[in-house]
Design a binder for this molecule. Structure first.
Ligand code: FMN
Length: 366
């Protein structure tokens, strides 16, 4: 039976345990999308801390796909070169480096959270943002940025940007690519009828609304090597049950479609699209969504949200509710969450010591 500390093989990638660092924006580039020492230390310490997968924050495939000017990007060779020492360090710790490839859509062009998430207009150092529809729907937070409806060239540009970003991610040494299609960003905006009011091939029916994501995934899979895993993060629901919106039934149907296109794992998050969402919180708050996708399809699933304790995470894997567990804020509180899990879940002191970095073993070998 699989448990939190058991290995997981996806294609030819062996992941040493089922614990993943959930992607978390750091807004710590110096205005150009290039990784800095912050990213090296932040991601590197979670690899030292025993995570099986260390996933980068949302990494923009093109400059206008950044949430803020300080987001990580991967739209040039220079960006890949800046990430390479980070992936090398993560691998050296026995962990698997993953990159979340993102486009922020109409939630782009803002100040950083600690500056208020204020939308920045083009004449204030911001930029025109991309959206499936220019129609009136409330911005998730703050005022509306300058919107631009995606035309055919924009759509092709997004697909091409994802393809090029995947090639560069490979050069940078990543082992897992994750397409970000959740949280109200561009690809989710196309999926949801709340934000997608198009009447062309990219709007209306389920097939049309999912077309852009399927085309992006096809382009990524085309260049992402057959031996390496591909993940997609989705919002399992918009949490807007009272209106026509994206929901778990559509997510399950999408998961099957994505699996057929070569996606290996669906990372099931939720919400982030609309300010009137009625989302629950608390421990395991999104796990029922992950579980529905896992039980209703043949694709592997990641659970995320409110997972803070090793025993809790272990139970999710043991009970077949998820194949991997992504941990966000708890990894900010405790970069060594993975080592903590080993200490809590392993009985034999030798097994514990073996999973700690050699440099730290005196802390466990009394
Ligand atoms: C500081 C911070 C930044 C985040 N940035 C991202 C991101 O870049 N991409 C993403 O998909 N989710 C992002 N999230 C959401 C987390 O990945 C995670 O899904 C969420 O925090 C719920 O998990 P948790 O309860 O373990 O924190 C972020 C969350 C936090 C706290």
């Amino acid at each position: 039976m699989a448990d939190l500390l058991s290995t997981l093989s996806l294609r030819e990638t062996e992941i040493p345990n089922r614990i993943a660092v959930s992607p978390m924006c750091q807004y710590s580039c110096k205005s150009d999308g290039l990784a800095t020492d912050w990213h090296q230390v932040h991601l590197g310490s979670r690899a030292v801390g025993g995570a099986g997968i260390v996933m980068t924050e949302a990494t923009a495939v093109e400059p206008r796909g950044r949430i803020t000017p300080y987001d990580l990007g991967i739209w040039s060779d220079e960006h890949a070169a800046a990430l390479e020492p980070i992936t090398e360090f993560i691998r050296d710790q026995g962990s698997v480096p993953g990159i979340q490839l993102a486009h922020a859509g109409h939630k782009a062009s803002k100040t950083r959270p600690w500056e208020g998430n204020v939308p920045k207009q083009p004449d204030e150092g911001g930029w025109e943002v991309l959206s499936p529809s220019p129609s009136a729907y409330p911005p998730f937070d703050g005022d509306r940025p300058a919107l631009c409806k995606a035309d055919a060239d924009d759509i092709q540009g997004v697909i091409d940007a994802y393809r090029a970003a995947s090639e560069r991610s490979l050069e940078a040494g990543f082992e897992i690519a994750e397409v970000h299609a959740a949280h109200g960003y561009l690809l989710h905006e196309f999926l949801s009828p709340v934000t997608n009011r198009r009447t062309d091939n990219y709007g209306g029916s389920f097939e049309n609304r999912t077309r852009l994501l399927r085309e992006v995934v096809t382009a990524v899979r085309d260049v992402w090597p057959a031996e390496k895993p591909l993940f997609v993060r989705i919002s399992g629901t918009d949490w807007l049950e009272v209106r026509e919106s994206w929901n778990i039934e559509q997510s399950m149907r999408l998961a099957d479609d994505l699996a057929r296109l070569g996606v290996d794992l669906i990372d099931v998050s939720s919400g982030g699209l609309h300010p009137e969402q009625e989302a629950p919180g608390g421990p395991n708050f999104q796990v029922p969504l992950a579980e529905r996708v896992r039980r209703g399809t043949d694709v592997a699933v990641g659970a995320v949200g409110g997972i803070t304790e090793p025993q809790q995470a272990d139970a999710l894997v043991r009970n077949g509710r998820a194949d991997i567990v992504l941990v966000g804020r708890e990894f900010l509180r405790d970069p060594y969450f993975g080592l903590r899990a080993v200490g809590d879940l392993e009985r034999d002191p030798d097994d514990i010591a073996e999973q700690w970095p050699v440099q730290y073993r005196r802390a466990v070998n009394k």
